[in-house]
Structure formats: C-alpha cells, structure tokens
Design a protein around this ligand. Structure first.
Ligand code: NAP
Length: 260
C-alpha cells in the first residue's frame, strides 16, 4: 500500500538517523514518492553504505553529511550544506535516538544525560538548525519527530528515553504554536514495536519477550518500517496540511493496555 506517485515531487527532506532502521524506511518512502532526501548521523560508514543501497535498490540519489545531533553548530553546518545540495529543506524528520534498558535506581547520571542529549536536546538542535530553511518552504515547512507510544505512560527501565520522548512531544506542541505563523507544522509519530529494527531485536526478542509483547498488541503483530514511513508521508505532504501540534500513534492499538 502506498501513496500516489509523485505526491512529494519538488520537496526536499532531511532525515536524522536515516541510514538505519525506521529512518531508512522513511528515507526510501519519501524518496520513491518524489522528495529529494538527505540523511545525517555520526557514522560515515553507515551513511556511505546506506546511500549505496538506496541507489542500488530504489534508484535514489540520497545525499549525506556526518553530524551529531548533540552538537548545535555542527548540525547547523551539516543542515546548511544539505540544504544547498537539496535546494532547501521542506521536511525535517527528527528520528535519531539512543536507548538502553536500565532500572532508574541503577541509572547513572551519564546514562541519563546521554539519552536526554541525543533524543530531546538533539531534536531541539535540529529544529533550530532547520528553521531558516523551513520558513522558506513553499507550502509550509514540516517537522515530524519520531517518538514512541511509551512516552505517554510510565516506562519502567527507560526513564531517560521516556522523559526525553515526552519532552519531544511537548516541544512539537510548542513549536506548532510558535512557528505556525511561519507556516510550519510540527507533529510526532509514535511507533509501537517495529520488526526488523535493532531496538526490537535487542530490547524484546533477545530478552525472550516477543510472544508476551505480541499478545498485548490488539492487532497481534509487530509493525513494519513502512507503517511508520506512511504516517510520516501523511504529515509531510498536502494530506497533512491542516494538522499541527499533535501525534499519530502507529502501534496496532496497544494504547488500551497502557492506560490501565
Ligand atoms: P536505530 O536503527 O538504532 O536508529 C537510530 C539512528 O540514530 C542511527 O542511524 C544512528 O546513527 C542515529 N543516531 C544515534 N545517535 C545519534 C547522534 N548523537 N547524532 C546523530 N545521529 C544519531 O533505531 P530505530 O529502532 O530505527 O529507531 C528510530 C526511531 O524510532 C527512534 O527515534 C526510536 O526512539 C523510535 N522508535 C523505535 C521503535 C522500534 O520498534 N524500533 C519503537 C518506538 C520508537 P549513527 O550511529 O550513525 O549516529
């Protein structure tokens, strides 16, 4: 299932963390629907390999720059260079993140700080770095942050990531109010567990929790990368023009379970 061919023709997008996992599905979807896409993350070898695969498998010319979302000046340089390559930035997807499971009583200050810096501060840095370009976007700039359904509830073992993702959601609400006057829409997508990702492999499958987690998902399966990518397209394209300051959960209906 996909959107109409060419729905993103003429658009330029940056996806942070776009070389791997969910980010790579978003890149592929935006690119095959017509957008020019740039990706940013820390590891040059991942970026080179991803760009090679996007070209080989999908015929996409994805451009890349190294950058650490924790470094405001560095990320601004990377975005400005990518905007030059792409002819602007209409769509920013803040997807880069880090996480690990650790009970809060054992969580070090460094562990807490690292996840907050990548997820929350990194999203703030990217939004500021893209602002001038998003303001210039013809049909209104779009910011889509990738959150998680866990952000709406307590998340045992991931206080750092839960707090960061909740913060991201509030940041999107605030930007939707402050930057609405620039035509910018700011929203988030909250994935449930997505199969084939490093996070689900490490945090669920390797812990022997796959069946237990699936049993609690009303639709009975993990999601796919394309489920998240399709939600991002909705919010990035003309279909989402009147949507701002809100979140879209893509989690097989799991939220019934969390609200108890
Ligand atoms: P992933 O494959 O580990 O992707 C994370 C990406 O972020 C990597 O490409 C990594 O690239 C980049 N990154 C990490 N730290 C960075 C930094 N400091 N600066 C720049 N880039 C950085 O993870 P994923 O599972 O696809 O997750 C993608 C997003 O979906 C995340 O926001 C995650 O919280 C969210 N999510 C995932 C799931 C799931 O089921 N997988 C569920 C809910 C939410 P480098 O190492 O090259 O920097």
């Amino acid at each position: 299932m996909s959107y109409a061919e060419g729905i993103l023709n003429g658009k330029s997008a940056i996806v942070t963390g776009g070389a791997t996992g969910i980010g790579s599905y978003i890149v592929r979807k935006l690119g095959t629907l017509g957008a020019k896409v740039g990706i940013v993350s820390r590891k040059e070898e991942n970026l080179i390999e991803a760009a090679r695969k996007f070209k080989q498998d999908d015929g996409l010319d994805v451009v890349w720059r190294t950058g650490d979302v924790r470094d405001p000046d560095g990320i601004k340089n990377s975005f400005d260079e990518l905007a030059g390559d792409l002819g602007g930035i209409d769509i920013l997807v803040c997807n880069a993140a880090g996480n690990f499971i650790c009970p809060t009583e054992e969580l070090s200050w460094n562990g807490w700080r690292t996840v907050i810096e990548i997820d929350l501060n990194g999203t703030f840095n990217c939004c500021q770095a893209a602002l001038l370009h998003l303001k210039a976007a013809t049909d209104g700039g779009r910011i889509i942050s990738i959150s998680t359904t866990q952000a709406d509830y307590g998340w045992p073992g991931a206080a750092h990531a839960g707090a960061a993702k909740s913060g991201i959601q509030n940041l999107m609400k605030t930007l939707s109010v402050e930057w609405g006057k620039f035509g910018i829409r700011a929203n988030w997508v909250s994935p449930g567990p997505i199969e084939g990702t490093e996070g689900v492999d490490r945090l669920i499958i390797q812990q022997g929790l796959a069946d237990q987690v699936k049993e609690r998902i009303p639709l009975g399966t993990f999601g796919e990368g394309d489920d998240i990518a399709n939600a991002v397209v909705y919010l990035s394209s003309a279909t989402g023009r009147y949507v701002s300051g809100t979140g879209l959960a893509v989690d097989g209906g799991s939220q019934w379970d969390r609200g108890r």
